[in-house]
Write a protein that binds this ligand. Sequence first.
Ligand code: 13P
Length: 256
Amino acid sequence: MRRPLIAGNWKMHFTVPEGLEYALRLRHALEPFADREDIVVLPPSLMLWEIANVLRGCPLEVGAQNASWEDQGPFTGEIAPKMLAGWCHYLLIGHSERRQLFNETDEQLNRKVQAAFRNGLKVVLALGETLEEHELGRTQEVITRQLSAALYDIDVKRAADLTIAYEPVWAIGTGRAATPEYANETMGLIRRLLVGRFEQLGTDMRILYGGSVTPANARSLMDQPEIDGALVGGASLKQTDFTEIVRAAAEVDRPA
Ligand code: 13P
């Protein structure tokens, strides 16, 4: 059975004091659900260390939204996965905002995946098609390319440390989530690609859905057999909304 994972991507929101106060509130609200699922918050890097301390000793985990592919050196403004090693649990790689606004390429993302694994981090690899690609019927081709490029030369033994987040770009921040059936179908394709790449281990890997997940649609999305959790943006910034999404994941009955 795949254990659900709910991750809240705070993107570039909250000041440091606001983020710390919010993390403390989440800790109290979400701890009761942590025996049924993994819960991760992805704060801005500036407050990541402090928030990891606030959450120490509780089952909520932290992740970074981005990091370099280098371990150290003259890379002004970057943070290295090596700096995250040992206390930060996850690294999000390949978010569409990184791909589109910061021009991150498939080749760079592959180097980031390698660097994350080299430093003992778990990876959430985000991928998904743009609206134009969607309308041109290129979803399958785009996802196949993004997945195989990001995982080039990655050791099969890393499968357990890798989660995929399917985030159709047209659904991010638009209030227009993919239908559960469409998401499930595309994630079924990702599952087949993972099994092709990682064989039996591919069936145990988690695939999350992201893009306008709300308390209203979370349950219907997570009822789908291929949807193992969610990568949540806007709704992760509100305690009540995020808690309801976490609750929805806890309530889904999954076959053993
Ligand atoms: P929204 O939930 O705001 O659509 O954002 C999704 C996302 O980009 C999570 O990484």
